[in-house]
Structures are given as structure tokens and as C-alpha cells.
Design a protein. Structure first.
Length: 249
């Protein structure tokens, strides 16, 4: 999982360096897929079918690219161009050696509204607050409540119907990792548990991301912008190990 996680981080670093206004989301997707395959790995999301909804069309791309009011699962397209002032959430999964890595970052293109910039910064920091709780002896919702409390202290809205997850030989494993909850509740965390923690936080009041029938992309109910950061981590004693930390930092 260290190998898969490092590849995800490198793919996101590549995208962070290359993304420019005027590019299509399909160009970014192709860049990521080539990078992953050049490294003898497979995109985790490509052809993914959720176990909960086996009738859905398999996910058709390497990345999820979700712009502004899009919360998650934006499907890359030759018709979708990113522009100055957008926030662009890029989610990437890699499968290698029998294990998955999964991470996401929200990129800011050029100068954006101050409030939207704060949303991005707070979402990123809320993930760090969650990771700080992912230590042996704590409980699952200690992670959740740390994320929720931090986001809510800025009066931002936590998206509740999309969650993080266990991760390993499957992309999505138990337990579900919500971004809200009551501290000191939930399963006990033990050393070696591997989790994908992924806060999705929005301006406005939408607590849900909604999608149309037969569409992957999920958007805020009020059309306000949403940000998304994700890391794959290992629960350890004292301090979590982050497997998808950026190489740019
Ligand atoms: N990181 C997202 C998740 O864990 C990406 C899933 S995209 C999908 O849900 F295509 F695989 F569904
Ligand atoms: Co995930």
C-alpha cells in the first residue's frame, strides 16, 4: 500500500504542476492514466461498479474531476474546460501489487473569491485534523468529529451522504468513515487499519451531494462551491502514517 499510495501522490503532483486554464478535464485524465500505466499500475476507478448499486454504468475514467459546485465523481470530458477562478477537485486511485491507494486534492486556478479560498484551506486542514485522530486507542468517530468541528467552526457545511472508507485489496472496504459524528463513538482504531479519509465541505447549507438518474457527478443542492481532500492512511500508535503525502511539500 505504500507503493500504491506513493504513485497516487506522484500522479496528483504531476496534475498540480500541469493543470492550466484552458485544458479539458479529459486531457488531465489521459495524463494521469499514462503516468499510472507507465508505472506498471492500474487506475482503480476505471470500470468501477459500486457493490451497493450493481446496475450503474461502470465508471469510465481514471480520475474524478469535480469543478466548483460539483462535490465528487465528475467524469472527465473533452467538452469540459477548466478556467481561471475555478476550484478543481481531482480524485485519483491506483491499484498495484494487489492493493489500492486513493487520494484527492482541490486545485485553485488563478485568483479566486476570498471565501472560496478559505473553503479550500479549511477543507485541507480538516483532513489534517481528522488524520491527527487516527491513532490506536481512539475511536472511528474521533476522526469524524474532528473534521466536522473544524469545518463547522467556519460555518461551512459538511456533506453527509458521501463518506471515506476502509481501503486495501478492495477500493472500498469497511468501515465507512463519515465526516461528522460524535467523539468517543464508533469502532476502536487499531494499529494497521488502513483508511481513506476524505472530507467534502461546502459553502452554503447543503448537507447532501445530489446526482441525476444515470449520472455519476454529484453536486451541492444550492449550487455553492464544494472542496474535497483525501489521504490514504495507516492507523499507528501515537501518529498515523500517511501513504499519499505529496512529494511537492
Ligand atoms: N475517492 C472516491 C471514493 O472513494 C472515488 C471513487 S470514484 C469511483 O469514492 F469511480 F471509483 F467510484
Ligand atoms: Co476514496
Amino acid at each position: 500500500m505504500r507503493v500504491s499510495g506513493a504513485l497516487v501522490a506522484k500522479a496528483l503532483d504531476l496534475l498540480e504542476q500541469e493543470i492550466k486554464p484552458g485544458m479539458t478535464t479529459k486531457e488531465l485524465d489521459t495524463m494521469a492514466e499514462e503516468f499510472i500505466r507507465d508505472n506498471h499500475a492500474v487506475p482503480s476507478f476505471l470500470n468501477y461498479v459500486p457493490k451497493s448499486d450493481p446496475g450503474v454504468t461502470p465508471y469510465p475514467a481514471t480520475l474524478c474531476i469535480s469543478i466548483n459546485q460539483e462535490v465528487v465523481h465528475g467524469v472527465p470530458s473533452i467538452k469540459r474546460v477548466v478556467k481561471e477562478g475555478d476550484i478543481v477537485s481531482v480524485d485519483c486511485g491506483v491499484y498495484k501489487g494487489g492493493y489500492h491507494g486513493d487520494a484527492a486534492r482541490t486545485f485553485v486556478l488563478g485568483v479566486i473569491d476570498e471565501k472560496v479560498q478559505q473553503l479550500v484551506d479549511v477543507t485541507k486542514e480538516s483532513l489534517e485534523r481528522g488524520i491527527a485522530m487516527a491513532v490506536e486507542g481512539n475511536r472511528l468517530h474521533d476522526i469524524s468529529s474532528a473534521i466536522e468541528d473544524y469545518a463547522r467552526s467556519f460555518r461551512f457545511s459538511v456533506i453527509e451522504n458521501m463518506v471515506g472508507h476502509g481501503i486495501g485489496s478492495e477500493l472500498h472496504e469497511d468501515p465507512a468513515v463519515p465526516n461528522y459524528g460524535r467523539k468517543h463513538t464508533g469502532v476502536k482504531l487499531v494499529e494497521g487499519m488502513t483508511l481513506a479519509i476524505e472530507p467534502m465541505i461546502a459553502l452554503g447549507r447543503s448537507r447532501r451531494a445530489v446526482s441525476r438518474r444515470n449520472e455519476w457527478v454529484a453536486v451541492t443542492e444550492d449550487g455553492k462551491p464544494s472542496a474535497h481532500f483525501e489521504h490514504t492512511i495507516v492507523v499507528r500508535q501515537g501518529k498515523a502514517e500517511v501513504l499519499t503525502r505529496t512529494f511537492l511539500e
